[in-house]
Structure formats: C-alpha cells, structure tokens
Design a protein around this ligand. Structure first.
Ligand SMILES: [Zn+2]
Length: 241
C-alpha cells in the first residue's frame, strides 16, 4: 500500500513539472492554431472567389461567341428580307429577326452583369490579400517563438515524459482513472499531502484522527473538502527529498 500511495504522489510531481513546461508556452500553441485556421480560411476564400471569377470570364467569352453568331445570322436574315416573295415569308423572317435581337440584348445584359461580378470579385480578392499577408507574418513570428520554447525544453520534456510513462505503468488502473479525473477537475492537482495539519490542495484542516489514519499509509484517503487523494507527509517528503 505504501508503494501504491508513493507512486501516485510521484506521478503528481512529474505532472507538475510537465505542466510547468507547458505553461512556459503560454497561449502560443492556441494562438498558432487559431492563426493557422484564419490563414487557411482566407486562402480558401480567395480560391473560391477566384474560381467564381474565372467561371464568369469563361461564361462571358461563351456569350460573346454566341452574340457574334446571332449577329451574323441577323445580317443574313436582313439580306433575305429583300428576296421575300410573299407576306407569309416576310412575317416569318421578321419574327426570326426580332427573336434574334431579343437574344442578343439578353446576352449583352448578362455579360454586363458578369463583368460587374468579376470586377467585384477581383476587388474582394485584392481586399483580402493584405490581411492574409499580415496574418501569415504574425503566424510566422508566433510559430518561431513557440518552436524556440519547445526546443529549449525538448530534452527535459522527453525525459519527464518517459519517466511518467514508466510510473503510469506501475499505477493501478482504477487509481489512475481516479487520478486523471481529479486532476482534470482540480486544475492539475490530484494528489495532495498534509502541511501544517491542512490539506496542501485546499488548505482545509484535516481532523487529527484522520491525520493519524493517513499516517498509517495503508489506505487511500480523499480530502473531505476538495476530493483530492491525500497522502502522508512521510510519503511526500520521501519523494520530494
Ligand atoms: Zn483538500
């Protein structure tokens, strides 16, 4: 039982060190991730708008060709007007000419709005670009800062992580789940000890009868105030020494 309690306290000390290293990074990891997200979403915006712009250019070219074709037909029809032999032919031909004209104006109007669209898309893209450059620069700086901090503690962190893995393997499964659950709920500190008759986690006085029991190191006790696993000073001093 002594070892079972000792190993839990050891795990806590290791996690404290790892937490300290992580704290050195501050908000940088989050900042880098959120900058990456924003950069990617702006790039995607530009890509999407440019695709739409190219689509409108293509459609306009298609329309131009169609307009040319219609206008050529128009010339032909108009020439034919001089050769009609009766009213019926004349009516059919003018109907055709009117229809062609309507088609041409429809396509020309469509091309006007397509031109407006590609112009405003191009403007939007130009407006996004400076912001994208700014964010890319900010990301570059923050990522470099983070890399430097990570690199500075790389070896220590690797050593601590390896050690933690070894310790974790020795912790009983239910103890480990309890430890992780409390750690999550209590900002990282799952195991506390007794200092000046109080729980080192919440500073509440531990009743003397309970202190006596804890000192026997033969049972897992939880602080009745904060719910942390409470180990004796004998154990904590041994680990901290
Ligand atoms: Zn407590």
């Amino acid at each position: 039982m002594f070892d079972r309690l000792k190993i839990l306290y050891q795990l806590q000390i290791l996690d404290d060190h790892l937490d300290e290293l992580e704290e050195l990074r501050g908000d940088l990891p989050n900042a880098v991730v959120s900058l990456e997200d924003r950069v990617n979403s702006l790039k995607e915006d530009i890509r999407r708008k440019d695709k739409e712009r190219l689509g409108s250019v293509e459609k306009r070219e298609e329309n131009e060709k169609e307009i040319e074709k219609l206008k050529a037909n128009q010339k032909k029809f108009k020439a034919q007007l001089y050769q009609v032999r009766n009213n019926k032919e004349y009516d059919a031909l003018t109907k055709e000419i009117d229809h062609n004209e309507t088609q041409v104006s429809k396509l020309e109007a469509e091309n006007d709005s397509l031109a407006d669209l590609s112009k405003s898309l191009a403007d939007e893209i130009e407006n996004i670009k400076p912001l994208l450059e700014e964010l890319k620069e900010e990301l570059k700086v923050k990522a470099a800062d983070l890399k430097e901090i990570v690199k500075a503690n790389e070896k220590e962190e690797a050593k601590l992580s390896t050690h933690r893995k070894e310790i974790q393997d020795k912790v009983k499964k239910p103890d480990y789940s309890a430890y992780m659950r409390i750690r999550k709920a209590k900002h990282g500190m799952a195991v506390s000890t007794i200092r000046r008759s109080a729980c080192s986690g919440c500073n509440n006085i531990v009743p003397s009868q309970r202190q006596l029991e804890i000192r026997r190191n033969n049972k897992l006790f939880y602080c009745e105030y904060c719910g942390r696993i409470l180990v004796s000073t004998e154990i904590s001093e041994k680990i901290e020494a």
